[in-house]
Design a protein around this ligand. Structure first.
Ligand code: MG
Length: 377
């Protein structure tokens, strides 16, 4: 985009139709056009290209819609993003509509994260990924102003982050074997289940490695007896837990399963916002927190505290995201029991440098302030 077109779009306060490839150039222009001493919000759609088709129990896809966000204050830029896998109900259209309806220029203090969340809730309910994109950019901005990464601001020890898992999607046997080879740097694997060949998938992986496996059934097991049989079978094959074994509406059946299962039962599709922690208690052993569900880092931190108070375990997951969203989530990793933060590695067109896999853990750059991600261009 040339400078004249950018000024027009910024001046209208509507969707900034800029290519994310020109993020740094746009940042320079923003400093000259944004309101001084006020938060300036800009955003642009960006389609994530997946390295492998993503085959889940209910659908398959090769791209994920995404919106990149920047919040600028007096020349300092915070980055965030919204990733919208279709099952969550958000889209590029809904996210850009929500972001267009926000007036962040009423705020001059980015440390007022709680106030800004209350304002976003007052503008419209839901829109969780859209709110997360603002939340992540705010945290990045605040961390940069403080000159500190968020794990330090929260007082966390990065050495306590658990191993992160690498997802092996449902696929043909030769593709599954190839994915297991790609997952060599990881100490834990994760498999997607919920189709007729569930056992075959685990057998193929077990023919190549004994590494522990996390299982995600993505609501694929309708029958509680079959789900229980699968839990026993998986427990005998060094599996760690089962994520969302049954449809999210089947709360009583899930509670029945949890009482009998030798493996912990983790809530994912069932679990979205903070009040869901209490709803999940009793039917699930653990919750899967994802920033795109939690409206970002602020509520995710509260979710961990709420789950701990109820004696529940915590998993930290993600969508397919760039290293922007993954780095933001990785700041929380020392607080959780299980991490599944491989979303940036599943895409072919990442535009950030950030969290990396080190000795099987997702590690953020230790002294990089904010969320720890910087644009590659
Ligand atoms: Mg899941």
């Amino acid at each position: 985009m040339d400078r004249r077109k950018f000024l027009v779009s910024a001046g209208l306060g509507t969707m900034a139709l800029v290519s994310p490839i020109s993020l740094s150039a746009v940042g320079i222009a923003t400093r000259k056009t944004g309101k001084t001493g006020r938060l300036n919000l800009h955003f642009s759609p960006y389609e994530l290209q997946l390295r492998h088709a993503f085959n889940l129990a209910k659908y398959s896809r090769t791209t994920t819609p995404d919106v990149q966000v920047r919040i600028e204050l007096d020349g300092i830029v915070g980055y965030g993003e919204a990733s919208m896998p279709p099952y969550l109900g958000e889209s590029v259209e809904s996210v850009t509509k929500f972001l267009s309806s926000l007036d962040l220029s009423q705020f001059s203090d980015p440390f007022r994260i709680e106030d800004i969340h209350e304002y976003m809730e007052s503008v419209a309910p839901d829109n969780r990924a859209a709110k997360a994109s603002v939340d992540i950019a705010l945290h990045d901005l605040v961390g940069k102003i403080m000159g500190q990464p968020w794990y330090k601001i929260w007082g966390l020890n990065p050495d306590l982050a658990p191993d992160t898992s690498f997802t092996i999607g449902i696929d043909k046997a030769d593709v599954v074997r190839k994915k297991v080879d790609e997952a060599a740097p990881y100490n834990v694997l994760k498999v997607k289940m919920g189709l007729d060949n569930d056992k075959e998938l685990v057998e193929i992986i077990r023919s190549k490695t004994d590494r522990p496996i996390c299982v995600d059934a993505n609501q694929g097991w309708d029958d509680k007896e079959r789900a229980l049989e699968m839990c026993h079978w998986l427990a005998e094959r060094n599996c760690l837990f089962v994520e969302q074994p049954m449809p999210k509406e089947k709360i009583d059946e899930t509670a029945w399963l949890r009482e009998r299962s030798p493996l912990p039962i983790v809530a994912d599709e069932f679990f979205q916002r903070l009040p869901d922690v209490k709803r999940a208690h009793g039917a699930y052993d653990a919750i899967n927190i994802k920033l795109m569900k939690s409206t970002g880092m602020h509520e995710a931190y509260k979710m961990v505290a709420a789950a701990r108070a109820l004696g529940m375990k915590v998993m930290l997951g993600c969508m397919t995201e760039t290293s922007c969203g993954i780095s933001a989530a990785a700041q929380l990793a020392p607080m959780v029991d299980w991490a599944d933060l491989d979303g940036n590695l599943l895409i072919a067109n990442d535009i950030f440098d950030g969290a990396k896999i080190v000795n099987g853990k997702v590690s953020v750059p230790i002294d990089r302030p904010g969320i720890g991600a910087v644009p590659l261009v």
